[in-house]
Write a protein that binds this ligand. Structure first.
Ligand code: ZN
Ligand code: ZN
Length: 364
């Protein structure tokens, strides 16, 4: 009998992985000449910390991501820079992989302290501008719940309690926009941006062809799969987009992956393969749920899927995230022509959610 060995990744961030297993913060590490990783704390989150990468340029340093906007993370960043002989005032710029607060959050404070520019992809910059408009946000929130087929009886499970919500104030706006393929650092021309939408519309990876590293943000992580969701008010097929951009990393197999969370690893192709398998399994599960109960809404399909803590324990923010993830899979199945959506015009009557404009998914 022959067995096919499944390709595996190799963990290269040994000290990071050991720290992870001991539930400790990993050390600051000198990853390559002129390139360091500084872990900064991500409190009250199972990811525990964010890896900020520091790249030496002729006149100072540039950061890839900045960390979660709290004092403790700020202290980690300043102490980490001091330990490698730099000061926060030496930071010339922040390359932001995407606009989530664990990556972008501290960038404004870095800019205030050092005069650094903050750079990101246009689509993530636009999303931030939209987020500061509360009216737009409310409208999107309502249409999202309607679209998912949430009924009044379901609402208590979707209330986000204060403990799950953190007010970061106004997220830092971009000073510079980065396009796919751009080489954003004249002092380090081997570094190029690769647009990898999916986890966010403007997610960027940064590839250093001289040091052979892929700074992957949240796009490719060694242990978990990044959250792929249909965002509020968003059209399109983010899962399809993610799978496409994921597969665009093939060919970088000789590069070490420097992720924003967890630990460094090698084996891009193996990890890409695992991610494809993970999503194909989930797509099959969603398709089975739709075959069993044709005409289900996103909410109903979500409740029939397996969740790591069980659907009943998936409450509040987690339930919103779960529904977003389910809808991303449904939309992708529609795009593949495997199901169709029977959409009806929606209305919102005096705050009551009604089952219209929902995704009544049916197998074709
Ligand atoms: Zn993220
Ligand atoms: Zn993240």
């Amino acid at each position: 009998m022959t067995t096919t060995a499944r390709a595996q990744i190799t963990v290269t961030g040994i000290a990071q992985k050991e720290a992870w297993q001991r539930r400790e913060m990993p050390p600051v590490e000198h990853v390559r000449p002129g390139l360091w990783s500084i872990p900064v704390i991500f409190p009250n989150n199972p990811l525990r910390y964010v890896n900020v990468y520091v790249i030496e340029v002729p006149t100072g340093v540039v950061l890839v991501d900045a960390g979660w906007p709290v004092d403790e993370a700020w202290a980690n960043l300043n102490d980490g820079l001091a330990s490698i002989g730099y000061d926060i005032t030496d930071v010339e710029g922040v390359l932001v992989t995407h606009n989530h607060a664990d990556h972008l959050g501290l960038a404004g404070r870095v800019r205030d302290a050092s005069g650094a520019w903050v750079a990101m992809h246009r689509l993530d910059a636009e999303e931030i501008s939209d987020q500061v408009d509360p009216a737009k946000m409310q409208l999107r929130g309502e249409s999202w719940l309607i679209r998912a087929g949430v009924e009044i009886a379901d609402m208590p499970s979707l209330i986000i309690d204060a403990g799950q919500f953190v007010d970061f104030g106004r997220p830092p706006q971009a000073d510079r926009l980065i396009e796919d393929g751009e080489r954003p650092l004249p002092g380090a021309p081997a570094i190029r941006a690769l647009w990898t939408p999916g986890h966010s519309p403007g997610h960027l990876c940064f590839i250093d062809d001289e040091r052979n590293v892929l700074m992957s943000g949240d796009h490719l992580l060694p242990r978990i799969s990044p959250h792929i969701s249909v965002h509020l008010g968003e059209e399109g097929d983010p899962l399809g987009t993610y799978l496409n951009t994921l597969n665009s990393l093939r060919g970088l197999n000789e590069y070490e992956v420097l992720p924003a969370h967890e630990y460094r690893f090698s084996g891009v192709d193996a990890r890409v393969e695992q991610m494809n398998e993970h999503h194909e399994d989930r797509l099959s599960e969603v398709l089975t749920a739709i075959h069993e109960k044709p005409g289900s809404t996103t909410y109903e399909i979500s409740s029939h899927l397996t969740w790591s803590h069980g659907w009943e324990n998936t409450q509040g923010m987690l339930r919103h995230a779960a529904m977003g993830e389910t809808l991303a899979h449904i939309v992708h199945l529609v795009n593949r022509g495997l199901i169709e959506n029977q959409q009806i015009d929606g209305r919102l009557y005096e705050g009551q959610m009604i089952r219209t404009d929902a995704w009544f998914a049916t197998a074709t």
